[in-house]
Design a protein around this ligand. Structure first.
Ligand code: ATP
Length: 381
């Protein structure tokens, strides 16, 4: 979490007078991070971070708890100093050797996990908090309120709003000064599942429409994939892969990334060029491979048929699909079938691969090395 830091959002230049849609798009800027390092004491928390976010796009920082996501967001916001490296917002160097532009001069908007609203101020005053008097009177606050679906609620205090409405106030407050980039740290995590799903779609639509550059932090893969134009996967202080969601899912850089962004079977295989020979037959590959490889097999790309060398060891029905575990002697694989259960525990079955060309890694390639400050690392192998 970013923590409860109340900052006013920007300097006074370049703010919109009206026309939030136009002005917000105009304000949006790209973000460039080069070789950023940060340590707390002897423990490195950000290790050689490079990141590119194009203007008007949404980047999601996805990683396990403690991997450094919030620290990176705080460095971008100017709430944390970097030990080395640089951050540019637009053309401006805001973090670099001898340079540390303070948060209020960066023209970034912040949305926190706990929304950090002022409980004693009305919705209107919360949203207008970072604006000058003239700007507050210009009708901009009302326009932004309409934009985020808060019309008519201006006189209420945060305590008289639902969680989803409070989240909208936090978003409106961050957008009101037309930030160059919006930074959001797990903004939906305090909401129940249905509201979270609805709101993130709505926020994605809004930010896309506004053309706002946004960087979200989350540890939730669904959230990362539904929100992000690009997803940067972090582990143990490093960015291990940055790509659009579909590239990440189909072409993960390592077995660790493959498992972190979805269910994954990693099977032993022998590369035969455009395919690999595996325990579930010959599988087409995205990239040619020869020799010993580990091959990614997503559970939804396996079909089950009656009779064969496997034994069903688990059946879980989720409504939209069924998850099976099948014991193949030396190995156990997951299979997802888009139907109600047709196999039961103990059934003998065979498996065939029915998916698109998949990813493989040379047998020698190991996932990111363990680090003492990420307690989840072992669990993620
Ligand atoms: P989460 O998803 O749980 O919020 P995160 O990926 O955002 O985690 P950070 O909050 O950036 O991770 O923390 C990364 C590591 O740095 C953690 O081990 C944390 O304990 C440590 N850390 C963060 N801030 C400080 C600090 N001010 N002093 C010392 N250690 C810190």
């Amino acid at each position: 979490m970013l923590g409860k830091v109340n900052i006013s959002f920007s300097d006074r230049r370049g703010r919109m007078a009206a026309d939030p849609l136009g002005k917000l798009a105009e304000a949006s800027a790209p973000v460039r991070v080069n070789s950023v390092h940060r340590a707390f004491g002897a423990v490195p928390v950000l290790d050689d971070i490079d990141l590119e976010v194009t203007a008007g796009s949404i980047l999601v920082l996805l990683g396990p708890s403690g991997c450094g996501k919030t620290t990176l967001l705080r460095v971008l916001a100017g709430l944390e100093q970097a030990d080395a490296g640089s951050v540019h917002i637009g053309e401006d160097l805001v973090t670099g050797p001898g340079v540390h532009v303070p948060p209020e001069k960066r023209r970034v908007g912040l949305v926190f996990q706990d929304w950090a609203l002022f409980p004693h101020l009305s919705v209107t005053h919360n949203i207008g908090y970072g604006l000058e008097r003239g700007e507050r009177k210009s009708g901009r606050v009302e326009e932004i309120m309409e934009l985020v679906g808060l019309g008519g609620l201006g006189d209420r205090s945060p305590g008289q709003l639902s969680g989803g409405q409070q989240q909208r106030v936090a978003l409106a407050r961050a957008l009101a000064p037309a930030p160059r980039v919006l930074l959001l740290d797990e903004p939906f995590s305090n909401l129940d599942l249905h509201l979270r799903v609805d709101l993130r779609l709505e926020v994605r639509r809004l930010l896309t429409e506004l053309g706002t550059t946004a960087i979200f932090v989350t540890h939730d893969q669904d959230e990362a994939f539904t929100l992000g134009d690009q997803v940067a996967v972090m582990n143990a202080g490093r960015i291990v892969q940055q790509a659009p969601p579909d590239d990440l899912y189909r072409g993960p850089a390592s077995p660790w990334v493959a498992r972190f962004v979805g269910d994954a079977n990693i099977v032993e295989g022998t590369g035969l060029g455009a395919s690999a020979d595996t325990i579930v037959g010959t599988i087409p590959l995205r990239h040619e491979a020869t020799g010993d490889h580990q091959v990614l097999v997503r559970p939804e790309h396996l079909d089950l048929t009656f009779d064969g060398p496997g034994v069903v060891s688990l059946v879980e029905y989720f409504g939209h699909d069924t998850l099976y575990r099948v014991d193949l002697g030396d190995t156990e694989l997951s299979i997802r079938a888009p139907s109600a259960p047709v196999h039961a525990n103990g059934d003998r079955v065979s498996l065939t691969y029915s998916g698109p060309p998949t990813t493989s890694w040379p047998r020698s390639s190991a996932p990111t090395s363990p680090t003492p400050w990420n307690p989840n690392y072992e669990a993620l192998q």
